[in-house]
Design a protein. Sequence first.
Length: 755
Amino acid sequence: MGQANTRDPRSQEVAVPVAGQSIASSQINVLIADDNVTNRKLLRTVLEYAGHTVLEADNGVTALKFLEQGQVDAVISDILMPGMDGFRLCFEIRRNPKLRKLPFIVYTASYTSASDEKLAMQFGADRFLRKPASANSIVETLHQVVESVQNRDQIEVKIPEEAGVMRAYSQVLVSKLEETIVDLSEANKNLTERSTLAEFIASVSTTLSDANDLREMLQRCCDAMVQHLDAALARIWTLNEKEDVLELQASSGMYTRIDGGHSRVPVGEFKIGRIAKERKPHLTNAVIGDLQVHDQECAKRGDMVAFAGYPLLIGDHLVGVMATFARKPFSQNTLDAMDSVARSIAVGIRRQLTERELRGSEERFRELAENVNEIFFVAAPEGGQVYYVNPAYEQITGQKCAELYQNPHAWLECIHPDDRARVHQALRANSADLDHEYRILKPNGEIRTLRSRAYPVKDAEGKVVRVVGIATDISERKQAEEKVNQNLNRIRALRDIDLAITSTLDLPTILKTLLAKIENVFPYPTVTTVRLLNRTTGELDALACHNIDLDDWKQSFLDQRGGRAYQVLKSHAPLLVRDVLSHSDTVNPTLFQRYGLVSYIGLPLVAKDQALGVLNFYTKQEHVFSPEEIQFLMTLASQAAIAIHNAQLHEQTRRNFERIQAILDTALDCIITMDRDGKIVEFNPAAEKTFNYIRAEVIGKELSELIIPPSLRERHRRGLAHYLSTAEGPVLGKRIEITAMRADGSEFPAELIVS
């Protein structure tokens, strides 16, 4: 309906701008008559933007009421309106003495011919505009028409002659009605076709969305083409990329078999193969004579008229070919619909193939995931839901998978209490990208070590949509690593101990260092002692101990003979006792109770197949010695035995040297020792007194140059050389008389024994 003018009506006469006043700068009251709301809205926007006031009417009758009630400066009217059209409105305005000077502009999209414009001018219109017109054109035309009425005071406005105009109007109206009937018929036909095509597209869309299998989907699409497009034959092939061959998947209409002559079409051969190769549709409404259709006889027998073949493409990627034969021409709307459907079917094929690959991947994944020893899981990014976890979860953790599905945080309850806080902290830091190790405590009390790795899965925008992860039981590996580390530590300890105990030949220092180093090797409290065999008494003397009072320890053996240490010494083999307090060989448990000693291992100290003593090792908690620990202690005992043996040899050598030195120093005879080069290495005090040399002066000098007269020196050298080469010495072990020489060169007779 119309809208009332906001200005107060002052007169029912038309207000025309005064001559000489600028129309462009004046506000014009414009009445728009048009039954189309959108058209009225567009015109209102244009005119108000130009600074004018707008009234609206949806037909000629309403427009006349506005003109009778309010002030209007100009009318812009459509022609085709209900109730009263634009022609009649213009005629009524020109017949009305009060309104006949009113500027009237026809603005129409229905009556656009030259005869229509002529008729409008006969009805008294000032200007004829065809829709659509530009905003500038509309405003300029309005200004021109309003300005032109300034001269109508002097010129008589021509009133249309009703009979003549109405005859012309009737002729135009009849012509328009005939055109409208034809248009309606064509529109109805087009509407029916569009409805059919809409049903066709809807049927294909439904098929693409709910089909569960590729062949089922494509067969239903072919059936839809036959049903809705009245096609004689519809077929769809998919591309086998490995073989570059199109494989027939569905056929409907004249032929329904898919294993016939065209079941496999090489790309590039026949019309179907060429469509695939060129990736362009082949469309014709003249099958007979089309060189692309090689089997013309078959086309004639089937009365084929039209063919439409489309490559099924996703972008530039070919997935198949769709082809349709019909016994009547395809309209453009039908071709457009098939083109749209071809694109949808291509997407459907890709989706089905992807889903098939996905199902295969899922089957392979599930087969793999359910047969591996690692825990595999898929979860929501924030851990609020577990989508999948494999059966290994139950085997490793002892917890049911169902518990984890119900409570995604149930796995945290398996974590060892000592590791739980650390794992929680790692999860808070980054729950989607983790690599950490932790221990779990199984329901049966068993402790296992896991390594858990989680990786984020992101969408195209980089948002994390899920987390996948693997948790591996690395208990055996950790144990192996610990053993390797223990072995390395023991090797280092053996090296350090060996360096320490071989850096001295002092037996007390060796024993003290040995026992102190042993304590650093083991992580639990220990007590160590060493007892060495006294070959004079046959007893094991208590020589060294660590982490126990020496006097207290020695006192415990005063009344004891035999026992475990003697068994070790006699057998040359280690002896293990799990609990010395309850062991039958324990005679006096007081010492063990006082120091809390529980488990024991005794190790023989053997060097050169000779038992030197026993290394005793006690723990302050019950302990089962592993084979690796026993082997380490045996190696340690062997090293210690060698060091002890060397220290004992050194002590024996020292004593022998002191004894020999005492003999040399107190002997009345001269004792001179030389090496194989004839150089003096020993010169006792009696020799110093006899030859008048100081010992320090002669050590390292040739004997022949000092005490043998010059006349005998060559003979001495030959005799020494002969002895060194043949080991024969005629004077060895015999007492002979020789001539010797003092430091002052004087000679004297002497007795000589060479040994």
